[in-house]
Ligand binder design. Structure first.
Ligand code: FAD
Length: 389
């Protein structure tokens, strides 16, 4: 692992400095390196140890109705992730635990069943691309098996064949390994970006990196960082805490993931099962778990009674980046065509990080890129103004 040389020595120089080594920053470093740019990736902590170092790894599409730019962006990202992962795994020889296993969503009553049925056509219309069609299929009763218990789905169940999962830690490890092998990438850990002006970046240690361009991919810490670096009228987002648990369930890794009213049950490639997640806007202890996670486990056991006996291997908490307008934030900083921000993927980042990184990089390099207006800094600033009123 490299360190930037101090300001008194000769400084490190690069085409692109990336501040933040979570999934977004790691994908961006990989893409930029592919394009021949020299990259320095700096992280205030350990690379892949922020929100991206979690255990859940659900890749779930937005519901197929009321289609908009954000949903289309995510859909295309979920499709392009598959070949991107295949390429990464081939290059590194490392598995990310990726699998398109689909998703079951239990239906509680007749109204939910009717609404779910309306969405079948929406999916047929909107979930198609790359010559593939994905489906949202409603069954009026859950099949009797050892996975989702029929009692938990009194009005039936939806199955979609678009959802997938991966192991976030394995993904970060594979991305990191791919970067370590590249001569045009260097990584610096435990030394975050503190100051940026006129192509000169100063890190917390006082070390200096000279860079033509800067990408801020610091997860939830992007929001205060950006406000510290640029005169923005308001902070653009906040952290939302989440808690999750990993079970030694020895289950069939091909079972679909289950989603029910905020509870995720995600079977992983190694037979473990992750349960998530709480969603906490206010919290005292960002990285510890508590009784809220126990409540989540109880709800998961009610959906999948066979998990009740599975030992808990790990309880984990982290902070998701949530932009003020709820949509991701991918944009050039106003008045500075050399700095881009890419964060705010909130609960869906793992499935769109590579696409956020690509769009941000394209913006930074002056290439045409179409993004939903709701991903722009202006959109999120307008939301802060509305919230204050
Ligand atoms: C319990 C839980 C469950 C989740 N489940 C899912 C899921 O199933 N599916 C999904 O898609 N998403 C999920 N998420 C959300 C997802 O994990 C995050 O949105 C995503 O990892 C954010 O990635 P990131 O790269 O933006 O930020 P991070 O992974 O947080 O990375 C940011 C990095 O920036 C570094 N940094 C901070 N300040 C600086 C600085 N000044 N200079 C340099 N570096 C800095 C940090 O040290 C960190 O390593 C979950 C999150 C939680 C908490």
């Amino acid at each position: 692992m490299q360190r930037a040389r101090s300001a008194s020595g000769s400084d490190q120089r690069c085409d692109l400095l990336i501040a933040g080594g979570g999934v977004v920053g790691l994908w961006m470093a990989r893409l930029a390196s592919d394009q021949g740019l020299s990259v320095v990736l700096v992280d205030a902590g350990a690379i892949g140890a922020g929100a991206s170092g979690g255990i859940l790894g659900a890749l779930m599409p937005h519901a197929p109705e009321r289609w908009n730019g954000k949903k289309q962006f995510q859909f295309e990202a979920l499709l392009s992730l598959e070949p991107a992962i295949a390429c990464l795994e081939t290059e590194t020889g490392l598995s990310t635990g990726y699998g398109r296993i689909g998703r079951l969503m239990p239906l509680g009553d007749q109204r939910q069943l009717e609404r779910a049925r309306e969405r079948e056509d929406d999916a047929a219309r909107n979930w198609q691309g790359d010559g593939r069609n994905f489906h949202w299929t409603v069954h009026s009763s859950a099949t009797e098996n050892e996975w989702l218990v029929p009692d938990a789905a009194p009005a039936g169940v939806v199955f979609d064949d678009l959802s997938a999962r991966l192991d976030p830690r394995r993904l970060c490890a594979a991305l990191r390994t791919s970067l370590e092998a590249r001569p045009n990438v260097s990584m610096i850990e435990h030394d975050g970006l503190r100051h940026w002006q006129a192509s000169k970046a100063e890190l917390a240690s006082g070390a200096v990196v000279m860079a033509d361009r800067l990408a801020v991919t610091a997860g939830h810490e992007s929001f205060p960082l950006l406000s510290a670096l640029f005169p923005l009228p308001a902070e653009l987002g906040m952290p939302v805490k989440g808690q999750a648990a990993l079970l030694d369930a020895r289950c069939d890794p091909g079972q679909p993931l289950i989603f029910d009213d905020g509870v995720y049950i995600v079977p992983h490639a190694d037979g473990s099962v992750a349960i998530g997640s709480t969603s906490e806007n206010s919290f005292d202890a960002p990285f510890s778990t508590d009784a809220q996670l126990d409540g989540l486990l109880d709800r998961a056991h009610a959906l999948c009674p066979r998990l009740a006996d599975a030992p808990v291997i790990e309880r984990w908490a982290g902070l998701r980046p949530r932009a003020i307008g709820r949509d991701p934030l991918v944009d050039l900083v106003p008045g500075d065509t050399k700095t881009v921000i890419a964060t705010g993927g909130f609960k869906i980042t793992l499935g769109i990080a590579h696409a956020m990184a690509k769009a941000a990089l394209d913006r930074l390099l002056g290439r045409p890129v179409e993004l939903p207006e709701s991903f722009s800094i202006d959109y999120h600033l307008a939301k802060t103004a509305r919230i204050k009123r």
